[in-house]
Ligand binder design. Structure first.
Ligand code: PLP
Length: 458
């Protein structure tokens, strides 16, 4: 019988995360005065043990036993050879994916939600606030908080809240609380609602609300947690790529091409970063982060200093950004509707080590359905963006007659996204294209901002 899944035992699960900050050079985050911020500026928002990870340049960081214990609920995740998709495409390429949809909430997000809840517990945090786009992150954090006995409050982007009511039910099943953002509970939310009462919301707005809700608790026992973008989130997600590497080694394979969808960059980075180090050391690999063409951060927006949130509460981060006031069109991929991109991913894009791609909403769903009708799995709309790029590369390999090895991340399943599938299948889903004028208008916000330097890591 042909092998389809490559599995690791629990004993074979990696015991350390890989920290890319040991191997790349970065522009520092800046405070409101334009000077680099020290870790102390982050203490009202995050617990010190996570801040230490955020700024650490230690290459390998031990995964605590308690975190490994919760990881074993679903990890190690399978590496799957997409044989049926290969056959359907008649491609000589060998296509593999890490199936991160097998976690309880259905995505890669608990890989960082669990350690974040754990480090908060150790620090003495009683309640964590956060935002969620697709609802995957809010569910993951509610699940993780339930494992460690912490309260969880989620601000869910309005458009996704309306598209996916069952995500709220999931969060509540784990004991979390979920409100639509913008909400009337915070100043940031009220300000937006006053100006734009019918706004679909955005991740940037929801982040402002969650940060404000955390810092306004004067007991200091409420902290904020972010599901993507930050260095420590990328760090925790590297469990994906480290497992994948071991699994590929087991069958004597190594990827020529690595692909992941990118909203804030975390599932992509999780899969790709352990291989990026190989690429910097001379291996030939093509690495593609894939974003929606309706929110083209890496492919069309500049590398700038910008806030991570809409209200400007966060430090300025050096990243590809459409501007923190940008509200992306209401596409059905809530997790990819973010104006910025992880500084680590942005840095690697600016160095040409990663080569970003974009796909339209319709192309993404068309690709996702091909997976569903071959592999059986219904991917999250976010993951469909990666799949669209995989299919393009597999067809290119066919044209060129090359046996390329393609590795991608199935970041989540789409079982709570069936409303979007309904729309796609009934022909009522549409593409959104952004004009150059709209982008130039959005970029005006950076006129008086400091500019990051173009740095080469090697
Ligand atoms: C299934 C899934 N994939 C991808 C993403 C994008 O986030 P990131 O780029 O941080 O992986 C999300 C975010 O919500 C998601 O839910």
């Amino acid at each position: 019988m042909e092998i389809r899944k490559v599995l690791l035992t629990e004993d074979e699960m990696p015991r350390q995360w890989y920290n890319i900050l040991a191997d790349i050079k970065m522009n520092p985050p800046l405070g409101p005065d334009g000077k680099p911020v020290g870790p102390e500026m982050l203490t009202p928002i995050f617990p010190m043990n996570l801040i230490e990870q955020e700024v650490s340049s230690q290459r390998w960081i031990d995964i605590p036993e308690e975190v490994l214990g919760v990881y074993t609920i679903w990890r190690p995740s399978p590496l799957v050879r997409a044989r049926s998709l290969e056959k359907a495409l008649k491609t000589p390429a060998r296509i593999y994916f890490k199936n991160e949809s097998v976690s309880p909430p259905g995505s890669h997000k608990p890989n960082t939600a669990v350690p974040q809840a754990y480090y908060n517990k150790v620090f003495g945090t009683r309640k964590i606030t956060t935002e969620t786009g697709a609802g995957q992150w809010g569910s993951a954090l509610s699940f993780a908080c339930s494992q460690f006995g912490i309260e969880c409050k989620v601000f869910m982007v309005r458009v996704s809240f309306d598209q996916k009511p069952y995500r709220k039910s999931m969060m509540e099943a784990w004991g979390g609380k979920c409100v639509a953002s913008p909400s009337t509970e915070t100043k940031a939310g009220r300000d937006v609602l006053e100006k734009y009462p019918d706004t679909p919301g955005s991740l940037g707005i929801a982040i402002s609300e969650a940060v404000e809700a955390a810092v306004s608790d004067t007991t200091g026992k409420t902290k904020y947690s972010l599901g993507s973008v930050l260095n420590h989130v990328m760090l925790h997600q590297t469990i994906i790529g480290l497992e994948a590497k071991k699994q590929m080694e087991k069958i004597g394979e190594y990827p020529d091409i690595i692909i992941g969808c990118a909203g804030g960059g975390s599932n992509f980075a999780g899969l790709a970063f352990p291989f990026v180090l190989d690429k910097m050391n001379g291996k030939k690999i093509d690495i593609y982060p894939v974003e929606p063409s309706a929110c083209p951060t890496m492919t069309r927006a500049p590398f700038v200093y910008d806030h991570g949130d809409n209200a400007g509460y966060t430090p300025l981060l050096a990243m590809h950004s459409l501007g923190h006031a940008f509200v992306p069109p209401p596409i059905h991929t809530g997790g990819l509707r973010y104006h910025g991109m992880a500084p680590t991913v942005s840095q690697l894009v600016s160095e040409g080590i990663l080569e970003p791609r974009s796909v339209t909403q319709l192309a993404a769903f068309e690709a996702g359905i091909k997976v569903t009708r071959s592999e059986g799995l219904i991917p999250a709309p976010e993951s469909n963006h990666a799949v669209a790029c995989v299919i393009e590369e597999a067809l290119k390999a066919k044209e060129e007659g090359k046996e390329k090895v393609i590795l991608f991340n199935m970041s989540g399943h789409g079982l709570i996204d069936l409303g979007s599938y309904d729309k796609y299948l009934s022909g009522s889903l549409q593409n959104y294209e952004l004009s150059d004028e709209e982008l130039l208008e959005a970029e005006k916000i950076f006129e008086n901002y400091p500019k990051p330097q173009l740095i080469k890591s090697r």
